[in-house]
Write a protein that binds this ligand. Structure first.
Ligand SMILES: NC(=O)c1ccc[n+]([C@@H]2O[C@H](COP(=O)([O-])OP(=O)(O)OC[C@H]3O[C@@H](n4cnc5c(N)ncnc54)[C@H](OP(=O)(O)O)[C@@H]3O)[C@@H](O)[C@H]2O)c1
Length: 332
């Protein structure tokens, strides 16, 4: 598989990564697939999808424990990215960016991951109670201590920024500038997909101009862009999509033209090419520093998604994606 640099750092990964979140978090039936998840991670590494994206919060903790079982056998094949700063509380998720907590959380992640170094340690969300420089400074100490190779910042707060009437990523860029004063940001993880393109306006160009890598989260639109979900199919109550405005039967039906467009493009590239692969190839086409991290718990999805690294979209394909109707259903 083609390799891509993490911005201007000396680190590189396979062009298509693996988002491990669905194995233990967020989506339905997440918690019943331990063995298949293990096979899925091994398969990803076999195919060169070396970037394994996890977080202490996923599970919580079980996602890192699962990866630890793989990493203890084949650490050199993997690039492990985990996150700090969000905890699962009784009622909802809470932020903690206090330096002492960050230090403890890192040691705990290292133990669960069965490794002595985390390749990319990402700040999951800034803690509104703690100046972000303090949290980032504590993370920088972990790099100096050799426990972490590079630092990343998760920018999935675009919805909150929109509510605050800032541009989708204005707040993020302001925060990134503050972080850069303290310690280099090696990568930003933000949502980017055919149906969520806000990052193209300002965030992606900002990253490109400063040598900051870009990890595209939710590149498959939480599964919608693969064309395997049916309007009205329903989701388990704990599946995030059960409460998601774009996943009501009505909105899923309204957004079918987007999937149909991806299918048309896929068909031109051969009968075995899938809409999921076109959706990932589109993300890859946004710049040589962009690495999609499609989430998957099934081995066959990982195999298919890795195949997207070899799919080159033509100018006509890209123009057709640009001309697709905007997604219906607010993210707010
Ligand atoms: N930093 C953050 O705050 C943050 C937030 C969100 C996500 N992320 C990261 O981004 C990753 C990706 O986001 P995501 O998992 O939410 O969404 P996604 O990648 O857009 O979609 C994942 C869903 O697509 C399905 N899928 C994957 N490949 C497929 C294929 N080829 N054909 C059909 N279905 C396929 C998966 O099904 P199965 O589950 O059945 O395999 C899963 O339900 C996460 O895993 C996580 O690592 C980070």
């Amino acid at each position: 598989m083609e390799r891509r640099a993490i911005g201007s750092s000396a680190l590189s990964v396979g062009a298509v990564g693996l988002g491990c979140m669905p194995m233990n978090w967020a989506y339905s039936a997440s918690r019943q697939r331990g063995d298949e998840s293990l096979r899925t991670v091994h398969r990803a590494l076999d195919l060169g999808s070396s970037l394994l994206d996890t977080a202490d919060m996923y599970g919580p903790f079980t996602n890192e424990l699962l990866l630890g079982r793989v990493l203890r056998q084949r650490r050199e094949d993997a690039f492990v990215s985990t996150k700090v700063g969000l905890l699962v509380g009784d009622q909802h998720v809470v932020a903690n960016g206090r330096p002492a907590y960050v230090r403890r959380a890192c040691d705990a992640s290292l133990r669960r991951l069965q490794t002595d170094v985390i390749d990319l340690y990402q700040l999951h969300r800034p803690d509104p109670e703690v100046p972000v420089e303090e949290t980032w400074g504590a993370m920088a100490e972990l790099v100096r201590a050799g426990k972490v190779r590079a630092l990343g910042f998760c920018a999935l707060g675009a919805r909150a920024a929109r509510r605050a009437r800032a541009g989708p990523h204005d707040t993020t860029i302001a925060q990134l500038r503050r972080l850069q004063q303290v310690f280099p940001v090696a990568a930003v993880e933000a949502e980017l997909s055919v149906w969520s393109r806000e990052a193209l306006d300002a965030l992606l160009p900002w990253c490109a101009s400063r040598g900051v890598g870009f990890l595209a989260a939710m590149p498959l639109g939480s599964g919608f862009l693969t064309g395997t979900l049916t309007p009205g199919q329903g989701f388990e109550p704990r599946d995030l999509r059960a409460r998601h405005p774009r996943f009501t039967a009505e909105m899923m039906a309204a957004n079918q033209p987007i999937v149909a467009g991806l299918r048309r493009i896929a068909a031109r590239h051969g009968e075995r090419v899938t809409p999921a692969q076109v959706a990932l190839a589109w993300v890859l086409a946004q710049g040589p520093w962009v690495v999609p991290v499609p989430g998957a718990k099934r081995e066959r999805w990982v195999t298919q998604n890795a195949g997207a690294a070899g799919l080159r979209l033509t100018a006509r394909d890209l123009a057709e994606v640009r001309a697709l109707p905007p997604a219906q259903g607010s993210w707010e």
